[in-house]
Design a protein around this ligand. Structure first.
Ligand code: ZN
Length: 268
């Protein structure tokens, strides 16, 4: 394979126009095809591979996204650092629509998703105490702040199974635990990146307050989509600038995630 990329972006639609000299690549993986063709191109001096998480026509709901294929495809192209923009609901009154949260913790409330590459030929236990790349996080925080975003450095992302939104009681329970934002796609994406020794950074755009925070009807799908559409250009700029600020060589622990572990197969 000739085409290579060193940074991966898994995001919503609207990111294609970021890439210069974009080339579309159809990839097969042991886990089936990724969500869509992978677009590989350049942003400044960096080579970037982009996958639309839900597919270009948004055909995959959060619980049906081929997460394993997506991360495997990125690694097979040479990607070692991944930025993952997504839409989230806020569990805190103090930040609402338009805030960028760069979480440093995650709570998995999904069920039934294929969440590991290592489900045959013995167990592989990776450390997931700190699910996100420290370098990617600080880069994203600095980039968002420089871009004038209200930026929250840290916080816990609760990933729910969906596709339904939370009940008011669930949402109040999440908030009562001190958690910050709620989404549907951050897991197993972050874990699969770790299992491939990739850097992974969530760039979460708050589109609404979750059901337990306000007295209203709770969020609707149309509201989320409309808000995301209004902000897509700003998000593109943010991701594009973060890509160019990521280091060429990794000094974070992510690349050592599998050191000393005997793997049942070779990584791409
Ligand atoms: Zn890292």
């Amino acid at each position: 394979m000739v085409t290579r990329a060193d940074i991966g972006v898994i995001g919503g639609s609207g990111f294609y126009s970021l890439l210069d000299d974009a080339e579309e690549i159809e990839l097969a993986t042991p886990y089936g095809p990724p969500s869509d063709v992978v677009t590989v191109g350049r942003i400044g001096s960096r080579s970037v591979a982009f996958i639309p998480r839900h597919g270009r026509d948004h055909r995959f709901p959060p619980h049906r996204i081929p997460y394993r294929a997506n991360l495997w495809a990125l690694r097979s192209l040479g990607v070692r650092q991944v930025l993952a923009p997504s839409a989230v609901g806020s569990l805190r009154a103090e930040y609402g629509p338009g805030a960028i949260v760069i979480p440093d913790q995650l709570v998995d409330r999904t069920s039934g998703r294929a969440q590991t590459y290592y489900d045959i030929d013995g167990a592989v236990h990776v450390s997931f105490a700190d699910p996100y790349c420290p370098t990617g996080r600080s880069t994203a925080v600095a980039t968002a702040r420089a871009g004038g975003w209200e930026t929250v450095d840290g916080g816990t992302l609760v990933v729910i199974e969906g596709p339904r939104f939370s009940t008011r009681a669930e949402s109040q329970w999440f908030a009562g635990n001190g958690w910050s934002i709620v989404g549907m796609t951050g897991f197993p994406e972050a874990l699969l990146a770790r299992e491939l020794a990739l850097c992974y950074t969530s760039v979460s755009l708050v589109t609404d307050h979750d059901a337990g925070v306000e007295a209203g009807q709770g969020v609707t799908h149309d509201e989320v989509l409309e808000f995301f559409a209004q902000n897509v250009t700003r998000m593109r700029t943010l991701v594009s600038e973060a890509v160019q600020s990521l280091p060429e060589d990794r000094t974070c622990p992510c690349g050592s995630a599998l050191d000393g572990i005997k793997l049942p197969f070779e990584l791409p």
